[in-house]
Design a protein around this ligand. Structure first.
Ligand code: AP5
Length: 225
């Protein structure tokens, strides 16, 4: 069956993919797969994969496709094996990132007889990328994401839930943000164009407030073919 919900969230660093992904996955009751989160968890746990990936993440470059794709393949396959029947729905946050990853991704989907319903492209301007990322803070314990102006913690620099001091992501330093943005434009734009030609792209104005962006994403997915 090819009628499961498979969606991909694409956008510049700081476009709001992570913020939206959790709500969208809850709304459609689909499994959320975020390569950034999985890689950071591996870095945190100092796994072999994490130690290798850290070299790339810290500089704002993409981790090697083979590492990321085999990681994704394992997550998808184990999840599909655990789901009897037709309900095999996934939301991918930050994957695939370029044409090379996409080729391998399409092979995996084909093997599982699944196909992409929509590629949600959250489009934001470059100056907003810097504004969002330099003001982002995260809880090192639960990974909850804050923004100092738009989504601040209730008490100065402490996670509302864990009461732990918030930190800045290592790759949210200005020079690393600059490289992430360049890598995004060089490698991810061609992927967006690839899916545009297939009429799969749902373009969302990510400059709006988070609630309006969510509404736009949901109506975009509902209209996707
Ligand atoms: P990843 O974690 O995927 O980073 P990214 O794509 O650069 O995106 P971010 O997580 O920085 O931003 P976001 O779009 O999720 O924004 P957020 O919702 O947090 O990847 C990190 C690294 O891992 C990569 O550089 C690479 O090295 C590696 N990697 C990951 N995937 C890979 C892959 N497939 N292949 C190879 N390597 C890979 O929002 C940002 C801030 O803005 C927050 O403070 C938030 O509160 C705020 N905010 C969000 N929405 C709004 C809004 N509408 N209005 C106001 N503020 C908002």
């Amino acid at each position: 069956m090819k009628n499961n919900l498979i969606c991909v969230l694409i956008g510049a660093p700081g476009a709001g993919k992570g913020t939206q992904a959790k709500n969208v996955a809850n709304y459609y009751n689909c499994k959320l797969i975020s390569t950034g989160d999985i890689l950071r968890e591996n870095v945190e746990n100092r796994t072999v994969l994490g130690l290798e990936a850290k070299k790339y993440i810290d500089n704002g470059n993409l981790a090697p496709a083979q590492i990321v794709v085999s990681m994704i393949k394992n997550v998808i396959k184990s999840s599909v094996e655990n789901k009897a029947g037709a309900d095999k729905s996934f939301l991918f946050d930050g994957f695939p990132r370029d044409l090379e990853q996409n080729k391998l991704f399409e092979q995996i989907l084909d093997e599982l007889n699944l196909s992409i319903k929509g590629v949600i492209y959250i489009n934001i301007e470059d100056d907003i990328v810097y504004e969002r990322l330099t003001n982002r803070r995260i809880c090192p314990k639960c990974n909850r994401v804050y923004h100092l102006k738009f989504n601040p913690p209730k008490f100065d620099n402490l996670c509302d839930d864990c009461k732990v001091k918030l930190i800045t992501r290592e790759d949210d330093k200005i020079d690393v943000i600059k490289n992430r943005l360049e890598v995004y434009k060089q490698l991810t734009y061609p992927l967006i164009e690839y899916y545009r030609k297939k009429n799969k792209v749902v373009e969302i104005n990510g400059n709006k407030n988070a609630d309006d962006v969510l509404k736009d994403i949901i109506s975009g997915i509902n209209c996707a073919r």
